[in-house]
Design a binder for this molecule. Structure first.
Ligand code: LP5
Ligand code: MN
Length: 249
């Protein structure tokens, strides 16, 4: 193997409204960035922000995060971003500000004989028919263009309404419905010739082992950052990935 140290994170849900002086997600995230070794790669698998209504809405958290990510470039740390269901509108302009590369929905990294496939994870929740319908609508290019033309305060109001509706809907959905569908997992892994899958979204950090066509397969799920730091690390020149969870210091 010949790979740099790699980190995968997702579902940080950065927001502006954290109380002052509270050692919460923002502080925890910024100190995590400081601990990254020089020359590593950081893969952000979506929902970096709690919601995103356009690159032109410049909030403190957006600015602070861009500066922190941009600063990593001085230490030759490469950043990659996959959109989540909360920040799918994060655009090229902001990515440039952070000096991070925007990636498609599903991506592969070569690893030994097979690939590591990584994605946000919402695509795999196919039993949640309501959500998949909603997702399809949200990903309509024209609707997105129209939304981005709206005044900022209107966009923020719509986002707040959608968040409220989502929380309400989630209370009525079963854990099973909101989790990934195993058949969808297997299909994506076969299509991308992968024996390891990494994703977030479900907020259920765990490592799952199973078989695909008689061969061992692994799915590693990243946690959300509400309770602490959670990431997957691939050591330099190693083909294994490990999940780490610890509380904010
Ligand atoms: O996000 P989370 O964890 O709560 O739940 C997700 C799914 N919900 C969402 C919605 C997001 O939270 C809202 C994001 C706002 C982004 C910014 C606005 C950009 C608008 C752009 C317009 C082009 O993704 C949730 C899943 C859950 O994950 C688990 O997978 O279940 O899905 C839903 O809650 C969808 C509902 O089932 C159906 C949605 C009903 C919406 C009703 C529309 C009301 C319109 C009001 C507009 C003013
Ligand atoms: Mn998500």
């Amino acid at each position: 193997m010949n790979n740099p140290v790699r980190y995968f994170i997702a579902d940080i849900h950065l927001a502006d409204n954290e109380p002052d002086g509270y050692m919460g997600i923002t502080a925890g995230f910024l100190s995590f960035l400081h601990t990254l070794p020089d020359n590593c790669e950081l893969y952000i698998l979506g929902d970096l922000f709690d919601y995103w209504v356009g690159d032109d809405v410049k909030t403190n958290i957006q600015q602070q995060t861009a500066l922190a990510l941009q600063a990593l470039s001085k230490r030759h740390i490469k950043k990659y971003f996959v959109h989540g269901n909360r920040d799918f509108l994060l655009g090229k302009r902001y990515a440039q500000q952070c000096d991070m590369i925007l990636l498609p929905e599903i991506n592969c990294l070569p690893n030994q004989e097979k690939n590591i496939v990584f994605l946000h994870g919402d695509l795999l929740c196919i039993d949640d028919l309501q959500y998949q319908k909603f997702r399809k609508a949200m990903h309509n290019r024209w609707l997105q263009k129209l939304f981005l033309l709206l005044p900022r305060f209107v966009r923020l109001k719509i986002a707040a309404k959608l968040r409220q509706k989502s929380s309400l809907h989630n209370q009525t959905k079963s854990e099973f419905i909101m989790d990934v569908n195993q058949q969808a997992v297997v299909e994506v892994m076969i299509e991308h010739n992968a024996d390891i899958m990494v994703h977030g979204h479900t907020h259920k950090p765990a490592t799952h082992y199973f078989q695909i066509e008689g061969n061992r397969a692994t799915r590693i799920v990243l946690g959300a950052w509400h309770d602490g730091v959670t990431y997957i690390k691939q050591e330099q020149n190693s083909n294994t990935l490990a999940l780490y969870n610890h509380s904010f210091k």
